[in-house]
Design a protein around this ligand. Structure first.
Ligand code: KIV
Ligand code: NA
Length: 285
């Protein structure tokens, strides 16, 4: 149960061992992801969507991200590598120092071991280089970058044209050169992800990018079916396998509690533990 580090993550690629990463946003999800033995816990800005109910990742603030990071740190303080997403607007391209100062907050206040930035343009890689030189480990992220949703025009696959695929490879190489310890590849063709993985020294972690990457990441709520329900449709991305339907259990438990309270079954004698001595009761009555 040794601490996972950026070096041990990189070593896994060299040894041909797959890297596992799952998101967490609060204490219980962090406890679960740690106990399951995942290499990396990602406090993703997907938090805005799956925890806070927004339509996109754009609204979540740095202060809110730090609040969630702190809870995750308390849930998984020792073993996994903790990575926090830098939220939209916290790393402006024309001021690398703002990005660095905000990244320091994710480490010093949020307790993160590393931060993740979306995108691999020249400007973005300058930020990554500056933050790494400032002493903070960086995970890159190319392909579908949800913070650019309004520029991309929607949540859809990237790099399906040869020229765009070439750009993705260039971006990933640029992030590696800037000092990123790994790169997330989101929603790109499997063959493109495989080529990028072969061309890079550092590992790739895929989501909707096929089986040729160095590892896989999924969103906690998606893979566990947190919103599954007997009478409601649950959203699930095409690439996400649902490994459980936790929402069904939540619904069952809540429905049973409601029924038992309304029928006078709960708490009953078994769950009414507090009593008075006969003497006190006589005085009280
Ligand atoms: O926010 C998030 O959960 C992510 C992963 C899907 C990579 O960025
Ligand atoms: Na994210």
């Amino acid at each position: 149960n040794k601490k996972v580090t950026t070096l041990s993550i990189i070593a896994k690629k060299r040894r041909n061992q797959k890297i596992t990463m799952v998101t967490a946003y609060d204490y219980p999800s962090a406890v679960h992801v740690d106990r399951a033995g995942m290499d990396i816990v990602l406090v993703g800005d997907s938090c805005a969507m799956v925890e806070l109910g927004f339509e996109t990742t754009l609204p979540i603030t740095l202060d809110q991200m730090i609040h969630h990071c702190q809870a995750v740190k308390r849930g998984a303080p020792n073993r996994p590598l903790l990575v926090g997403d830098m939220p939209f607007g916290s790393y402006e391209f024309d001021n690398v120092d703002i990005a660095l100062q905000n990244a320091y907050r994710m480490v010093k206040e949020g307790g993160m071991d590393a931060v993740k930035f979306e995108g691999g343009t020249e400007a973005r890689s300058k930020i990554v280089r500056h933050v790494v030189q400032g002493g903070i480990a960086v995970l890159g992220h190319v392909g579908l970058t949800p913070q650019a949703i309004n520029v991309l025009g929607g949540f859809r696959a990237q790099g399906r044209k040869a020229e765009q695929a070439r750009t993705l490879l260039d971006e990933a190489l640029r992030l590696q050169d800037a000092g990123a310890f790994a790169v997330v590849l989101e929603c790109i063709p499997s063959n493109v992800a495989s080529v990028i993985t072969e061309q890079l020294e550092i590992p790739t972690i895929g989501i909707g990018a096929g089986g040729g990457t160095s590892g896989q990441v999924l969103v906690f709520h998606d893979l566990l079916g947190m919103l599954s329900h007997p009478h409601h449709e649950e959203f699930c991305p095409k690439f996400c396998k649902k490994y459980a339907s936790v929402g069904i259990h939540i619904n069952d438990g809540l429905a049973q509690f409601k029924k038992e309270v309304e029928e006078g079954m709960f708490p009953g004698k078994e769950y009414s533990p507090y009593t008075m001595s006969a003497e006190e009761e006589a005085i009280f009555n």
